[in-house]
Design a protein. Structure first.
Length: 335
């Protein structure tokens, strides 16, 4: 087994998942504004450090995706943030794309930027302690989208990014996110997600990326958030598994789902059912942002010095998702 494969497997072993704490300063400001906490560098760090030092970091979280600001900050005890995370037993990771911008030739769609200067930035992040990275491509669903242009442009960028990351001895998380915004059916989501993932792997193979040393971070197969055609959680799980079984090469060690607009409970329940029905060799876990943090953020906002209380809320959510990653969750376990 390669070193990259070892890192990937360690991040998602025994039901562990990934905490996505890589919100940009703009996104984090919106989150803090929503709970009436001023978005200062100190407050952003205080909330994140509260999560990074919780006991569930050792028991449930195998990796943390950081933002550029956070990976360079010092904890309250003057530790570097990647050291704090490593000391808790998790791998520090870093978001390396610079955001989704309008795609020339199809301005209603997006292409993710950040390849210029990436090799140098990766070397810096590696020295700061990063073991893995993340790059997100986003795709809209409508009658004409995602277009062939969007599918190919984003797959090409994800592959170039992945090759550079592996060259720097880190594991790339490949995140092609087909958005749930819209009126589309689950069937349309299935078809378009399949097309997106297949094209991503074509490009990854073309760019000689070692598939045993990546983690795929896809969306689940869901109806659009404005769709009248809602499906059951069981159907979500079965369609998601079928899509991945038919689109992902068997060498890939693991798949960590994004929560993509689902509520905390929905994201946990769907992950649990995916693992109950999982008849593949893929490890299926979570890489959640809001679905791990939202309850903790609301609790923390009432008293930002109540570290223990906030950690208790976060620990519960992390524990529920780790049980779901093993198909052992049930609604009775929720508070």
């Amino acid at each position: 087994m390669s070193e990259l494969n070892n890192i990937a497997l360690k991040i998602i072993e025994k039901g562990k998942g990934i905490l996505a704490a890589d919100e940009s300063t703009g996104t984090m400001t919106k989150r803090l504004d929503s709970v009436n906490v001023p978005s200062t560098p100190e407050n952003r760090l205080l909330f994140r450090e509260t999560l990074f030092s919780a006991t569930s970091m050792t028991e449930c979280i195998g990796g943390v995706i950081l933002y550029d600001e956070t990976i360079k900050q010092l904890s309250s005890k003057k530790n570097k943030i990647p050291e704090l995370i490593s000391n808790m037993g998790a791998a520090p990771g870093i978001k390396v794309d610079t955001g989704a911008k309008a795609l020339a030739g199809s301005l209603d769609e997006k292409v993710t930027e950040g390849l210029d200067g990436l090799r140098e930035r990766l070397k810096e992040y590696y020295k700061l302690g990063a073991k893995f990275t993340k790059w997100r491509g986003v795709y809209s669903i409508s009658k004409n989208y995602p277009s062939k242009l969007s599918i190919e442009a984003n797959a090409h960028a994800l592959a170039r990014y992945s090759a550079l990351v592996q060259e720097c001895n880190m594991v790339p998380i490949v995140e092609p996110e087909v958005l749930m915004d819209g009126e589309h059916s689950a069937k349309e989501c299935y078809e378009k997600t399949s097309n997106v993932i297949k094209k991503c792997f074509e490009e990854l193979i073309l760019h000689k990326v070692d598939l045993t040393g990546i983690i795929l971070k896809p969306n689940m197969i869901l109806s659009g958030n404005k769709s009248k055609d809602k499906i059951s959680n069981e159907e979500v799980a079965k369609l998601t598994l079928e899509c991945l079984k038919n689109s992902v090469p068997s060498e890939v060690p693991g798949i960590t789902f994004l929560s993509g607009g689902q509520s905390e409970i929905e994201a946990t329940e769907n992950l649990n059912l995916i693992n109950k029905y999982n008849n593949t060799n893929f490890i299926m876990s979570y890489s959640y942002g809001r679905a791990l943090q939202q309850s903790a953020l609301k609790f923390w906002a009432k008293d930002i010095q109540n570290i223990d209380g906030t950690q208790k809320v976060f620990n519960h959510r992390a524990k529920m998702n780790t049980l779901a990653a093993q198909g052992k969750w049930s609604k009775d376990l929720e508070i």
